[in-house]
Design a protein around this ligand. Structure first.
Ligand code: SAH
Ligand code: SF4
Length: 389
């Protein structure tokens, strides 16, 4: 089997549930324009009407047909009968003292994921999840410890941005001065193990008459699913971030099991071939600082050598501990020394500020906390819907 087929087989094994609401009506969010046109023309309405519907949903953010006032009453009634627009349920909505905001969202089958908004001086970034849990078990990552894994559907991926725009009053998509300017696929899950659904969702997000966020403002982060990297660049051409986290195969394989499948060399070769790279459009290499594991000055020197010839910037991430994690974050001094060594070699290596600590912002923590609460208080409001029915 080719690697690409293996990745597709992987996706099929974790397929999301079908796109119907609990009452059996079909969900519209997540459909491409062509799919929406097919639905609407089958109802006997024109393609023009489908386009209007598309704009109401993705551009103006209408979540109810009643609000779509440019559509005739009879058309709206027909829509109401067969469809819902579609939004995830909000289980928690937490705002940190530093402005970071985190939502725990629940989908129709009771599964939950996290979406985080991180405001900064020049941009506001929404961190989106691509899977429930993750199959990849990186040793420092809390999401990798969660047993349940399935892919998110396009609706569930786009729905995270729609929900955040609802909550922050950011419609229509063309409004100037929006807070949410950037998207990073750095939440729960490995986006390249759910490539087809992520790609479909991002095409809706990037469409000028859809959600209107340019590909330059979207970054996809991968642990290194080598066979999908080129395809992602060709089809989506979004910014690429690579979770590198080590400078030799032995260490990387210990902390990131995917390295047993795709070595550092294979990964960096794929990076070199990523379409559209230039000094103005560099790959971000994420590097989590783990005390005595990957943080020596020798590591810094090796990193410089590895990245030679790749338009790169490095994001140094202080390790964010979680209950039961067995790593320690490198000392601030060591992180500074590591950064300095990279800077001296001409590499940009900012140290990422830790955000939202008071709202369990480390990836996957809020979800685990919600599940823990449910176990303690099974009759609380946080009962999954499938169990409540
Ligand atoms: N699966 C993808 C995207 C989600 S993880 C990937 O691995 O790239 C997003 C980023 O958070 C990755 O760089 C990941 O390595 C990092 N990360 C995970 N757990 C972390 C922790 N406890 N502290 C700091 N960074 C962490
Ligand atoms: Fe999955 Fe990324 Fe966490 Fe690794 S770091 S377990 S790939 S979410």
């Amino acid at each position: 089997m080719t690697d690409q087929k293996a990745a597709k087989g992987h996706a099929a094994a974790f397929a999301p549930p079908s796109l119907t609401a609990k009452d059996g009506r079909k969900v519209l969010v997540g459909l491409s324009l062509e799919e929406m046109q097919d639905e609407i023309t089958t109802m006997g309405e024109s393609k023009f009407r489908a386009k209007q519907l598309w704009q109401w949903i993705y551009n103006r953010g209408a979540s109810e047909f009643a609000d779509m006032t440019s559509l005739s009453k009879t058309f709206r009634a027909k829509l109401e009968e067969h469809y819902v627009v579609g939004r995830p349920d909000v289980v928690e909505d937490l705002i940190s003292s530093d402005g970071t905001r985190k939502w725990l969202l629940r989908f129709a089958d009771g599964n939950e994921v996290e979406t985080v908004f991180i405001p900064d001086t020049e941009r506001g970034t929404l961190c989106i999840s691509s899977q429930v849990g993750c199959t990849l078990t990186c040793k420092f990552c809390h999401t990798g410890t969660q047993p349940l894994v399935r892919n998110l559907s396009p609706m569930e991926i786009v729905g995270q941005l729609m929900l955040a725009r609802d909550a922050m009053d950011e419609w229509p998509s063309s409004a100037p001065d929006r807070s949410i300017t950037n998207i990073v696929l750095m939440g729960m899950g490995e986006p390249l193990y759910n490539y087809d659904n992520v790609a479909k969702a991002m095409k809706i997000v990037m469409d000028g008459e859809g959600m209107s966020i340019s590909k330059r403002k979207i970054t996809l982060s991968t642990s290194g699913v080598v066979p999908q990297i080129w395809q992602c660049g060709e089809e989506l051409n979004v910014n690429l971030a690579i979770s590198l986290h080590a400078t030799d195969d032995e260490t990387r394989s210990k902390i990131m099991p995917i390295n047993n499948k795709y070595s550092i060399k294979d990964l960096l070769d794929a990076c070199r071939n990523y379409p559209g790279l230039s000094n103005a459009r560099r790959i971000t290499f994420e590097y989590v600082m783990l005390k005595d594991v990957n943080d020596s000055l020798e590591d810094a020197r090796r990193l410089v050598k590895l990245l030679k010839g790749i338009p790169a910037k490095i994001n140094l991430i202080p390790f964010n501990p979680w209950p039961g994690s067995f790593f320690e974050c490198s000392s601030r001094n060591q992180i500074n020394r590591f950064a300095q060594a990279l800077n001296d070699a001409g590499l940009s290596a900012p140290i990422r500020a830790t955000r939202g600590e008071d709202i369990l912002a480390a990836c996957g923590q809020l979800k685990s906390e919600s599940e823990r609460k449910r176990k303690v208080r099974p009759s609380s409001t946080a009962v999954p819907q499938e169990a409540a029915e």
